[in-house]
Design a protein around this ligand. Sequence first.
Ligand code: ZN
Length: 452
Amino acid sequence: MASQLRMKVWVELVDADGVSQRREIVSIARKVDEARLDDFGLCLEESKGIQHRLQEEFTQFQTDQAAQLDRGCLECGRLRNIHDWRSRTVHSLFGICRVRVPRFRNCVCGTPATLGTGRVEALLKGRTTPELERVQAELSSRLSFREAARVLDLFVPAPRPHNHRTVSNRLARVADQIEKRDLASPYRMSRAGGSPISVFIDGAYIRAVPGYQSRHFEIAMGRVVTKGRPPRQFAASPHVTTGKHDVVRAALRAQGWVPGRDVTVFSDGDVGLQGIVISATRQPITHILDWFHLSMRLRHIEQAWEGIRKVDNLNIYLWDVAFHVPRLRHLLWSGYVREAQRAVKDMHYQLEQHARRQGASFKLKRFFELVSSLQTYLIQNKPSLVDYCRRYWSGQSISSCPAESAANSLVNARMNKKRQMRWSPIGAHRVLQVRAAVADGRLKQAKFALAA
Ligand SMILES: [Zn+2]
């Protein structure tokens, strides 16, 4: 007969008076002979079983202890008699806990049975532990609801598979709690006094569910950055109860903004995005055109020019263009806006004649389009162009790159077009609230009120 090892796990429960009790949780058997790496230590199923058993012991013990305190009569101090037991179910990260809760009889002194039984009620207020809700919300803000349910099945002890609808409902609840708390949060006095507060804002389109008024809708997201605090991310959908500006205002408030304090907004020049911040602050803002977006346009022009300049000796015919393309970037970087505009105008004028003549190549036409759209862009955004060089060297922001990275972490991974997911505005809004909170580390800090 093959000899076996037995490994046992015991739990020791010590109550407030120091009285302890021990219980066996599990006993695991392993062969000594022919043992493989497969048998090495705990396996996932065993570990899930242990977690669940421990959780059962812990929760029942806590419930019993709370009930013991509740049992004492408020008036005379005698222990009330137990009438019967009820079963209560709480879903936790370590499985579903069914605990037994006593119901008491009226005390012999006449005090009603239900008076002063608040401890058990407080302990068991709600059907799901906040931790389980947070974990489900966090997972489903990163993965699809179905994938989140599968990951939970993998690691979380549960008698039956997690349901993606439950997961999605939990996310909704957590998102609503986050939002409620954000909107109710008061102004915080800023520790960083008069230091500038910057809003980096960007938009993205995501696919709408069938039946929505349009095929796509635009979400706004970004960061609020100020000295002395970690950046705060925000994101919002259109057509939900909370306006985009409410979300931005809550983020500003959390970063120590108070009405009257200057706000600098960085964006790609989209008037709608600036408008959101203006409605949030209800005061004039300083808008700076994001260097990153401007630089991307310049790069497209540089690359397009590189591709055509040697063909047909274009750099000889288009001498103005050949002269200006390499210096445009420098002009805009250093804040020579008027010179840059003049250069673009010259380029445009010269190109117009060549690009419109018969037989002009597709590449040349394309290049002409890029230049003329830059011309319009510069005219529209002239007031928002600054001396980026000086700002950069004095350590000030020049780019909404932070907003871009917020966009990446908030939107792309979860709502990307490649995933072919379709969203309702409220569904997207909720996922975004949780994702933003996860990104900031706010979800973990939060102590959410439990509502049954
Ligand atoms: Zn009594």
